[in-house]
Design a protein around this ligand. Structure first.
Ligand code: RIB
Ligand code: CA
Length: 322
């Protein structure tokens, strides 16, 4: 039985890779895609999402959500994802338009009408998901799990210590991570280590389907960013797509369960995610300075080549769009 999934995205080059995978893997039932400002403006993210889904032949409904974080102003990712947020690629415009409702309404509708619990895959700032949980708290019991690409137990990317999705809207991240919904965090510690090889990119480039060739073009753009880990000398990061692969191949990713706290105070550490690996409370708790937060499963190890292989296989096996 395919896994019912709603993806929340800020398409973005790696969100696009994730969408291609979600629309291609037979064990995923992509119910809807909701959009939030992040890598690019809300309007650009929404159009990019529609255009990528059209290439993959997906008719999953799309809705635009928050154009800015709960507290902070919108600060996009600059030129990191290209001028148009999708690696400066020019895709055929989708024949579809977004649903005439806010993302939280599409999320509510799809979750409430689903026969079973839905998995929410968050690949972007968590503003839409936080608003959903505040607007419709009863839905928490109908969400199987929220899988969040976000945070870091080590270095950041948006700042020295904060990962972009959490840094963009720290309050939203805290609302989601402290909710009653089971949550898996896919932080930069694993995000940065899932890399498609040059051979795999060539396989996609030579494939018969537009979706595989689009994946190759997106990965070619990733190569230009030249931000691989020091011990990986070639290839392209899958980014968000690795989080999507986790949904169907969790065996390639090692998780531990710890409290994950978001730094909300202003200053250089705002948006940092702190993983509390202690086995007993400390003096900070004893003196009432901090209060325990709910625990999340957090991915800390990954077989990067295996995850990349699952991604490439799904794209190569997918049937051409009729
Ligand atoms: O920090 C990486 C994350 O921020 C990815 O989801 C990327 O698409 C951006 O949204
Ligand atoms: Ca993203």
């Amino acid at each position: 039985m395919p896994l019912p999934v709603i993806a929340d995205v800020d398409t973005g080059v790696d969100d696009a890779l994730a969408l291609l995978f979600l629309a291609s893997h037979p064990d995923i039932d992509l119910r809807a895609v909701t959009c939030v400002a992040g890598n690019a403006s809300l309007a650009q993210v929404t159009q990019n999402t529609l255009d990528v889904l059209a290439v993959a032949g997906s008719d999953a409904p799309v809705a635009a959500g928050s154009q800015r974080p709960l507290i902070e102003p919108a600060r996009d990712a600059g030129s990191y994802h290209g001028a148009n947020g999708i690696g400066n690629l020019h895709l055929p415009p989708s024949p579809r338009t977004a649903e005439p409702v806010h993302a939280t309404e599409l999320l509510r509708r799809e979750i409430e009408t689903s026969a079973g619990p839905v998995t929410v895959l968050s690949l972007a700032p968590l503003t839409n998901i936080a608003l959903l949980l505040r607007l419709y708290p009863h839905l928490a019991s109908q969400i199987a799990r929220i899988v969040v690409m976000g945070g870091s137990s080590s270095a950041g990317n948006a700042s020295a210590v904060a990962e972009f999705n959490v840094w963009h809207d720290p309050e939203a991240a805290q609302i989601v991570l402290s909710s009653s919904v089971p949550t898996t965090v896919y932080p930069l510690d694993v995000f940065n280590r899932v890399v498609a090889s040059e051979t795999q990119i060539s396989q996609l480039r030579d494939a018969a389907t537009p979706r595989a060739r689009l994946a190759a073009s997106l990965l070619d753009y990733q190569v230009t960013l030249a931000d691989l880990p020091d011990d990986i000398t070639s290839g392209a990061k899958l980014g968000d797509a690795g989080t999507a692969v986790f949904l169907v191949a969790p065996e390639h990713i090692g998780t531990e369960t710890w409290p994950v706290e978001v730094e909300l105070n202003a200053g250089f550490s705002r948006g940092q995610t702190v993983v509390d690996r202690r086995h007993r409370p400390g003096e900070a708790e004893e003196h009432g300075l901090v209060t325990p937060v709910s625990r999340s499963d957090i991915a800390l190890t990954v077989d990067g080549p295996a995850v990349a292989g699952v991604f490439v296989d799904a794209l190569l096996r997918a049937e051409p769009v009729p």
